[in-house]
Design a protein around this ligand. Structure first.
Ligand code: ADP
Ligand code: MG
Length: 223
């Protein structure tokens, strides 16, 4: 279980996260929504241990962010907003490269299966010739090589075709439901968020998101 207690974050004098508290259970898909600049990426980056914890307390499955950073990193899969793959490598070469960098050993067949699970079947194709949706899938497959327990995704479906968006959404949903992973992701596509997320958090003061969700009969909590 992920527990976030009284988390605050300032950039200089600007407060971005103010006393944020929430919990996420294994097997849950949680959506984070909010206007640009609300602090979604800041929260995800903090959960990914990329931004140091300054004020508050976070723990995941008993590991504390204050003291267990190294162990935590082995449990976390993070997909940043900007796709991070090697364009000049094939899908296979990307997967093997990142497998070598990780602390687990996976066979080529296992790596290929990770891609196939996401309907990414261009194993030998150069990444630069793939569509945005395919690259995004590759990015997600890379983040799953070390079999993380929690997956954090920053706008994984922005700017990609509808088919890939649906495939990624339902794949994330299955990862949580079948494999018990904890998934937190941000998106501006409210229909997608409402379809695939068990719970939705709104960050920031703009009432737009909250009202839209309530109008659609969704339960919503404001952080
Ligand atoms: N490294 C940084 N230094 C200073 N301000 C930042 C930094 N990163 C983000 N911010 C500011 O913090 C606020 C929240 O940003 P961010 O977490 O990226 O929001 P979102 O992902 O919801 O668009 C914005 O006002 C942004 O300009
Ligand atoms: Mg962001």
């Amino acid at each position: 279980m992920l527990k976030v207690e009284s988390l605050s974050k300032n950039y200089d004098s600007k407060q971005v996260l103010a006393d944020v508290t929430f919990q996420v259970n294994p097997g849950e898909v949680v959506g984070l929504v909010g206007e640009n600049g609300a602090g979604k990426s800041t929260l995800l980056n903090t959960l990914a241990t990329l931004i140091p914890l300054e004020k508050g307390h976070i723990e995941f499955n008993g590991l504390r962010y204050e003291s267990d950073r190294q162990k935590l990193r082995q449990k976390i899969g993070f997909i940043p907003q900007d796709i991070a793959v090697w364009e000049e490598f094939s899908v296979e070469e990307n997967m093997v490269f990142f497998e070598q960098l990780s602390w687990v050993r996976k066979s080529r067949e296992q790596l290929r299966q990770l891609c196939l699970d996401m309907k990414l079947d261009r194993w030998k194709e150069k990444t630069q010739s793939l569509s945005g949706g395919m690259k995004r899938k590759l990015n997600i497959a890379i983040s799953l090589i070390h079999d993380p327990d929690i997956l954090l995704l920053d706008e994984p479906t922005v700017g990609i075709d509808l088919k890939s968006r649906k495939e990624i959404g339902s794949y994330l949903h299955d990862l949580a439901k079948v494999k018990g992973k904890t998934i937190i992701y941000t998106s501006h596509d409210m229909e997608e968020i409402m379809t695939y997320c068990d719970r939705i958090y709104v960050i920031g003061n703009d009432p737009f998101y909250k009202n839209l969700l309530l109008e659609n009969g969704k339960k919503v909590e404001v952080l």
